[in-house]
Design a protein around this ligand. Sequence first.
Ligand code: NOJ
Length: 540
Amino acid sequence: MTQHYADPSARTGSAPGAAPTGWWRDAVIYQVYPRSFADGNGDGMGDLEGIRSRLPYLRDLGVDAVWLSPFYASPQADAGYDVADYRAIDPMFGTLHDADAVIREAHGLGLRIIVDVVPNHCSDQHEWFQQALREGPGSPLRERFHFRPGRGADGELPPNDWESLFGGPAWTRLPEPDGEWYLHLFASEQPDFNWEHPAVQDEFRSILRFWLDLGVDGFRVDVAHGLVKAPGLPDMGHGEQLKLLGTQTLPFFDQDGVHEIYRSWRTVLDEYAGDRIAVAEAWTPSADRTALYLRPDELHQAFNFHYLNTGWDAAALRATIDESLEAMRPVGAPTTWVLSNHDVVRHRTRLGGGLDRARAAALLMLALPGSAYVYQGEELGLPEVTDLPDEVRQDPSFFRESGQDGLRDGCRVPLPWTGDEPPYGFGSGGSWLPQPADWCALTVTAQTGDPASTLELYRAALALRRTHPGLGAGDAVEWLDAPDGVLVFRRPGGLVCTVNTTGAPVRLGTPGRMLLASRQLAVAADAFDLPADTAVWWEV
Ligand code: NOJ
């Protein structure tokens, strides 16, 4: 087991004397999307060397852990979520040696590293799938996937009516004389594993160990809710296009059988010292269903997509926050909060209120009890890039017939680090998606040291989370009386957060000493005007 931390205990926000908590219970976890973070070798594509060189930036930002989206060997049919070899690094991102350097140097800076594991499906170039293709119908090697004959007189119809999340049928037929169909809930280059097969189960426990041995602190589990399919693969019975992060009840999602898998993964994680964790990407119909993944002998956290999907409305936010906290209490897992990731429109754009609203949303999220996920670039206040020309797009959902709207490229545009024009210090060789010409004011360099900048707002908020006893772990939020459209809540430890989700200023009594505000405001001893789309932290 590799242990090389600077001082991991210094990275948790737990108050001195508080009940001992795992580091992950209040961690701020920063998502790095490797192709778009920083380019170390000047080929226009982000890579591990770029990540390594920017780790001090993440330490200074004040996050506790870094989640790396996939960097494994992959033909990149779905930006690396189509893995051809789970134990190898794709040459476009570097080598295993580079991955080791990232893990080691991160630990030296007191940062934890979480890597993506993609167990629902692999790449069609994965050795197992290639073998299964070669062996032909009836081969036991096909049983590691879902191969089926088709319906109809000549097997010309797919085995059932399941749809790909990227649009079109979830089945692809192999050319005659083979003629069998295989299941892929995502792109046709991403065949689904059959998790009933013991070889699949063994293989993934071995993959977890491979990365744990290398020193990673945990895993983000891709499509954690998809591994087990309903027996007999019954029709879903309706034809409307499925949505990423959706909440429908479906015969291929959130089946009870997945929990046995995560119980076996937990025993692997617990074999390792140092609090190794797993966070589930599980789209379920309700927060209660999500909590089932987080029972004490399963995974540690799950993304709170119910929160991400809640609009900028005080009553709706309050309801989601209460439901989220309530759902986690019986299982004792921390609630998590997330506003953006590599699959959704950046929240500065999605919430419809520009930068003011995005900044207020960030302070609200970071004041809530539990753990928070920050997607690279949100600390810079990046908007969604909405005018990418079709010819540069890479999201497979954009290309599949009747697919989704292909919005995922606009949140994946490479980060601006410095300088006045693209690629803004991303690397020395351009960027794989074009960056807007007007991002020079959004670079890290431009924002550093400017107290009004979004970057300095995040830095200040994360610094306070480390030291203030009213921020971080816990499950208590006490709602105080507030006018319509306004949230006021108190956390144990002496913190009050006020948030105005309306389009006009609201007069409030001054709750205490102002700690941090998402926007400049004047405060008198007894009352103040909370501007539209503004959040403020107060010490009481
Ligand atoms: C969820 C990932 O976040 C997304 O980017 C990917 O396309 C699908 N899972 C399929 O792996």
